[in-house]
Design a protein around this ligand. Structure first.
Ligand SMILES: [Mg+2]
Length: 223
C-alpha cells in the first residue's frame, strides 16, 4: 500500500500565517493596521486552537481588509522567503516523494502553489481555497463551494480523496489533528518549528520540532 503524507502550509511549510500577512500587506498605510491585524491574529488563533469553526473564522477574517492581485503577489514573494528553515534543508526528500505528498490548507491556492513549487512539490497536489476576484482584480470573496471553505474542511477533503494505504498528517493546527480525529488519517504529527500549540500537541501521535526530526520517525524511515 502506498502511504500518503499530507502537510499543512501555514506555520508548517512556511513560518507565517499567510492570511495575517496578506492583511498586513493590504493595510499598509492604514492608520488602524495594527489593531486590525491584532484582531485577525486573534481569530486565526481561535480557529487553530479549535475554539471557533473554520468557515466562520475564514469569513470574518476576509471581511476585515480589502486586498487585490498585487497584494497577493507581494504575499507570494514574502512566503517564498519564509519557508521553514528545516524544510529548505530537506527538499531532496520532498522531491523524491513528491507524488505521495499533498499540501492541504485552509489558505489559498493562489499563493500556495507557486511557493511549494520552490520546494519541489507538485502544484496539482495542493488542495486549498480560492479567492474570487472582481473585474478590477480586487478580492471580493472566496469560493464557498470548496470543501476546504467549510468547517472540518480538511477532514472532508481527505475523505473525498479516497486514498488507499496509510495517511499521515503533519501540521501545527487543530484542523490538522481533526483529520485524524474524524477517522480520515492513521497518524497525526504535531510540527512545532514555528509555533507550539499545547492543545494540539496533547492530541498528537508524535511531536517533531522540525523536518529533520520528522525524517527520523520510524514510519517515515520505512517509506
Ligand atoms: Mg498551520
Amino acid at each position: 500500500m502506498h502511504p500518503t503524507l499530507i502537510f499543512d502550509f501555514d506555520s508548517t511549510l512556511v513560518s507565517l500565517e499567510s492570511l495575517d500577512e496578506l492583511a498586513n500587506i493590504a493595510l499598509d498605510g492604514n492608520p488602524d493596521r495594527e489593531d486590525i491585524v491584532k484582531e485577525l491574529v486573534r481569530i486565526t488563533d481561535l480557529g487553530m486552537e479549535g475554539k471557533i469553526g473554520f468557515a466562520e473564522s475564514l469569513e470574518s477574517r476576509l471581511k476585515m481588509f480589502s486586498a487585490n492581485r498585487g497584494h497577493v503577489e507581494k504575499l507570494t514573494g514574502l512566503l517564498r522567503d519564509s519557508l521553514s528553515a528545516s524544510v529548505l534543508r530537506n527538499t531532496e526528500f520532498l522531491k523524491n516523494n513528491a507524488d505521495r505528498i499533498y499540501v492541504i490548507s485552509g489558505g489559498f491556492s493562489d499563493y500556495i502553489q507557486p511557493v511549494v513549487a520552490e520546494i519541489c512539490l507538485l502544484p496539482e497536489n495542493v488542495l486549498a481555497n480560492k479567492f474570487v476576484f472582481d473585474g478590477e482584480g480586487r478580492i471580493n470573496g472566496h469560493d464557498k463551494s470548496l470543501l476546504l471553505a467549510q468547517d472540518n474542511g480538511k477532514a472532508k477533503q481527505v475523505a473525498a480523496m479516497k486514498l488507499e494505504g496509510p495517511v499521515y498528517i503533519i501540521g501545527d493546527g487543530y484542523t490538522d489533528f481533526q483529520i485524524k480525529a474524524q477517522g480520515e488519517a492513521d497518524r497525526f504529527v504535531a510540527f512545532t518549528e514555528n509555533i507550539e500549540r499545547p492543545n494540539v500537541i496533547a492530541e498528537a501521535d508524535d511531536v517533531v520540532k522540525d523536518f529533520d526530526e520528522l525524517l527520523e520517525l520510524e514510519f517515515i524511515r520505512s517509506l
